[in-house]
Write a protein that binds this ligand. Structure first.
Ligand code: AMP
Ligand code: GLY
Length: 432
């Protein structure tokens, strides 16, 4: 079967790398892909991002399955478009993707279906929003409605910060796409606890949890500095004990899928619940994403033993009940290497050197360390940076500590000007 993976980040490199290991696969196209997918002989980059052009390509190439990585094309309706053309695709419809693309939709959905989450109110009127902030007090969380690539959330520690965030988001200056009814903010209760990423695969009826994971959203060691898309991740997440896992499935995941079906928007695709788990082990949903996490996907794919193409084909066909997922019992841990100036103004065109000789694709089935690419491009013979998060160096190990050691060992020879990476990825898992 020919497969098309839409996207060009580290998540898509990891998904394409894993799908290419299937004995059923004939070719994996990645659109647009990156320098890493260009270097892997089993993958082929296609320079298309326009959705209609992607559907034309899938039709012309007789693609048997299209997998959509990022939220942008999902929120723009790529799945609806492919389905209307009779093309098999894995991902949520545009309506279902609102669980991520609209904070107001997702918070109202959670309230309606009794899914534990932070108390919240939605506002488009600035005066009402300011009054609510004053009435509730700080700390308090202000979120722009709409996709904002991780930049639409302000965790305000003081009232001054909270008021400033409201003005910024409702003033139309936030750079966040405003929908037809104008700018909206969701203001919510500040939750305390430990975060974890809980990702499941759903076919509209059956849901299978993937291995648990945690990421590191802050730029600097010790979880300091600005928020980023994620500076590293590992799997499993020790905070998700069997008891917490059962609660998440029972109180968050199953009611979400049942609620979507009941509302007439059955959910197919990956669903990522960002959780806050309190000291008593009670989980609340901070947010939903309608896709896998980046960089969580990289360690999760290192641990997946099942044939991903088979899993996704069943998911797209609504027969996930016939599948069981097999996992490597070891830990996997990935360290993101980011460009100079990330996350504010990442610099491009720095030459990347010193990649370990076992390049992606050499021995994928037994790889204990992998360099997944994100913001890289091949420029004649050189590999150069082309985005904020450049690489995610991911390794397996018997413990979180061993996986961490192997990841940093693998990373040690890699160089590019201005590179930034954290030295403490996995600290929560190692402490336990
Ligand atoms: P989100 O994009 O909704 O995941 O928010 C980004 C980050 O902001 C989360 O990973 C949390 O660290 C933090 N955050 C979001 N909502 C809350 C909340 N209600 N309480 C505490 N922290 C939050
Ligand atoms: N790593 C966080 C995310 O993918 O949203």
């Amino acid at each position: 079967m020919k497969v098309l993976v839409i996207g060009g980040g580290g998540r898509e490199h990891a998904i394409a790398w894993k799908i290419a290991q299937s004995p059923k696969v004939q070719m994996v196209f990645v659109a647009p892909g990156n320098g890493g997918t260009a270097m892997d002989k089993r993958l082929k980059n296609v320079a298309i991002t326009d959705l209609a052009a992607l559907a034309d390509f899938a039709q012309a190439e007789r693609i048997g399955l299209t997998v959509v990585g990022p939220e942008g094309p999902l929120a723009a309706g790529v799945v609806d478009l492919f389905r209307a053309r009779g093309l098999r695709v894995f991902g949520p419809s545009k309506a279902a993707a609102q669980l991520e693309s609209s904070k107001a939709f997702s918070k109202d959905f959670m309230r309606r279906h009794g899914i534990p989450t932070a108390a919240h109110e939605t506002f488009s009127d600035a005066a009402a929003a300011h009054a609510y902030v004053d009435q509730t007090g700080a700390p308090i969380v202000i979120k722009a409605d709409g996709l904002a690539a991780g930049k639409g959330v302000v965790v305000a520690e003081t009232l001054v910060q909270a008021h400033r965030a409201v003005d910024w988001m409702l003033g139309g200056n936030s750079g966040v796409a405003h929908n037809a009814c104008g700018a909206r903010v969701v203001i919510e209760e500040f939750l305390v606890g430990e975060e974890a990423s809980f990702i499941v695969i759903a076919d509209g009826k059956t849901v299978l949890p993937l291995a648990t994971s945690q990421d590191h959203k802050r730029l600097l060691d010790g979880d300091a500095g600005p928020n980023t898309g994620g500076m590293g991740a590992y799997s499993p997440a020790p905070v998700v004990t069997p008891n917490v896992h059962a609660k998440v499935m029972h109180e968050i995941i199953q009611p979400t899928l049942a609620g979507m079906a009941k509302d007439g928007i059955p959910y197919t695709g990956f669903l990522y619940a960002g959780l806050m788990i309190d000291a008593e082990g009670n989980p609340k949903a901070l947010e939903f994403n309608c896709r896998m996490g980046d960089p969580e996907t990289q360690p999760i794919m290192m641990r997946l033993k099942s044939d991903l193409l088979e899993v996704m084909t069943h998911a797209a066909d609504g027969t996930l009940d016939q599948i069981e997922l097999q996992w490597d019992r070891r830990y996997a841990l990935g360290v993101v290497m980011a460009a100079h100036g990330y996350p504010e103004r990442p610099r491009k065109a720095d030459v990347v050197s010193g990649l370990p000789p076992t390049l992606p694709g050499s021995e994928p089935e037994s790889a204990e360390a992998m360099v997944f690419h994100a913001g890289t491009t091949q420029l004649s013979k050189a590999l150069v940076t082309s985005g904020g998060r450049v690489l995610c160096v991911t390794a397996l190990g018997e413990s979180a500590k061993a996986a961490q050691a192997r990841a940093y060992e693998t990373l040690a020879t890699i160089r590019f000007d201005g590179m930034q990476f954290r030295r403490d990825i996995g600290h929560r898992a190692i402490k336990r």
